[in-house]
Ligand binder design. Structure first.
Ligand SMILES: Cc1cc2nc3c(=O)[nH]c(=O)nc-3n(C[C@H](O)[C@H](O)[C@H](O)COP(=O)(O)OP(=O)(O)OC[C@H]3O[C@@H](n4cnc5c(N)ncnc54)[C@H](O)[C@@H]3O)c2cc1C
Length: 381
């Protein structure tokens, strides 16, 4: 099979068992989970059985040593079914990927076999009530206490925070950002569920308060005060890649829903599928899905090659696919007319979920600024 065929074919790189998991066990129930604001435990267990939590980990650590190109395809496939489930995969990937890349041998041996199974789930704790885009302004502090540190501060909008067992927490030691692995049941950790989110409510967000939470040297990822340009950048890069891939899945879901709906809905005797303005929207979805998949494939290949250019490729992939998912899902709601607003069709959920992807892991505006900055830097070089 040529690489071009592989890049374009949505089914390529996705085992049949995963496709049927999405078709049979996610798609029919995603609306229900959205309303319940919860992904049931047995679904999380099925993700474990299928080896989906961290398949990129080496086999020695319980993974399948899957290349990032294939991980992206899996996240696309899950995103086609449910962005809330994909969000849980995203943050778990950020935590497991961080331990793999920056953890000590001891941290890898302790955490990776567990993270490979999703037991515990990982949560990425960077945002705070007063700092989101400006992550370097985070105010959570880690104060040395003789044997380790005490963490104090508030993290919020934490995906999976209601169910996570290990938290990757960013905190300042004096003025420099450090990253710590904190068990969610450590003394001084308080988890408060955040309900009523407009998008991905099933991803079980929480606010996490840390009150003098004790952590020892084994909790610190990398040297003290070193996390900003390394751990944070690396984790967010994995997050962007996952969100980008999941957004391609949303575009595909919109396309599938709209092709099915327009083939049967009639207006003045004509099927919607026969109307040129509707067909234009459909063609935009086809092109966005294929272009997005190619951008994700490029970012994945660069990751597999350990090429630092993957960082920019992931920014570009995430910018393109998240905005494309917003456009596709807005068109999908429009095409469905009043049905698009009802819970009987999934497109309103796609729209709400797509909007999340434009805010997390670097908002659309930050991506626009970053991509343009690089264009000017390259022009000067
Ligand atoms: C569903 C959901 C899940 C999330 N999960 C997590 C998680 O697991 N872990 C975590 O740490 N955080 C998480 N977040 C938080 C997310 O990362 C932040 O919301 C995001 O970083 C934006 O920060 P903010 O909300 O504080 O917006 P702000 O930083 O206050 O920005 C507000 C607006 O201003 C824009 N803006 C900012 N700077 C500029 C600029 N220079 N020029 C132009 N416009 C600008 C932004 O793009 C945004 O539109 C989640 C958020 C949501 C909605």
């Amino acid at each position: 099979m040529s690489s071009l065929t592989t890049d374009h074919d949505p089914a390529a790189g996705v085992p049949a068992a995963i496709r049927s998991f999405v078709d049979d066990e996610i798609v029919p129930y995603a609306g229900e989970w959205d309303r319940a604001e919860r992904i049931p435990r047995d679904v999380l267990d099925r993700i474990c059985e299928l080896g989906l939590w961290a398949p990129f980990l080496p086999e020695a650590h319980g993974g399948a040593a899957l290349p990032w190109t294939e991980v992206g395809r899996l996240h696309e496939e899950v995103g086609r079914g449910c962005s809330a489930v994909r969000s849980l995969l995203t943050v778990h990937t950020m935590v497991a990927g961080t331990v793999l890349r920056w953890g000590t041998d001891e941290q890898r041996a302790r955490w990776l076999p567990l993270l490979a199974r999703g037991e515990p789930l990982g949560a990425f704790c960077l945002s705070e009530p007063d700092s989101g885009s400006a992550a370097d302004a985070a105010g959570t502090v880690a104060v040395p206490d003789g044997t380790g540190w005490r963490l104090t501060g508030t993290k919020t909008w934490i995906t999976g925070g209601q169910v996570a067992g290990v938290l990757l927490v960013f905190a300042r030691v004096q003025d420099a950002m450090s990253a710590f692995l904190v068990p969610a049941d450590a003394p001084g950790v308080t988890v408060t569920p955040l309900g009523g989110m407009m998008g991905t409510p099933g991803s079980m967000l929480a606010r996490i308060d840390l009150d003098r939470v004790p952590v020892d040297a084994q909790a610190l990822i990398g040297p003290e005060g070193w996390a900003a340009g390394t751990v944070m950048t690396g984790a967010l890069d994995l997050g962007r890649f996952s969100v980008a891939s999941g957004s391609v899945g949303v575009v595909r879901a919109c396309l599938d829903a709209c092709v099915a709906y327009t083939a049967r809905r009639r207006v003045r005797g004509a099927k919607l599928s026969e109307l040129p303005l509707i067909r234009r929207k459909i063609s935009d979805m086809v092109v966005a899905g294929r272009a997005g998949r190619l951008l994700c494939a490029e970012a994945g290949r660069l990751k597999d090659d350990d090429d630092p250019a993957t960082i920019m490729a992931s920014w570009i992939a995430k910018y393109y696919t998240s905005t494309a998912a917003t456009a596709a899902s807005a068109d999908a709601v429009q095409i469905h007319g009043a049905h698009g607003f009802s819970p009987d069709y999934p497109v309103a959920r796609y729209y709400r979920d797509a909007r999340v992807a434009e805010v997390i892991e670097g908002s659309t505006e930050l991506q626009q600024l970053t991509i343009a900055d690089v264009a000017y830097q390259e022009a000067r070089a």
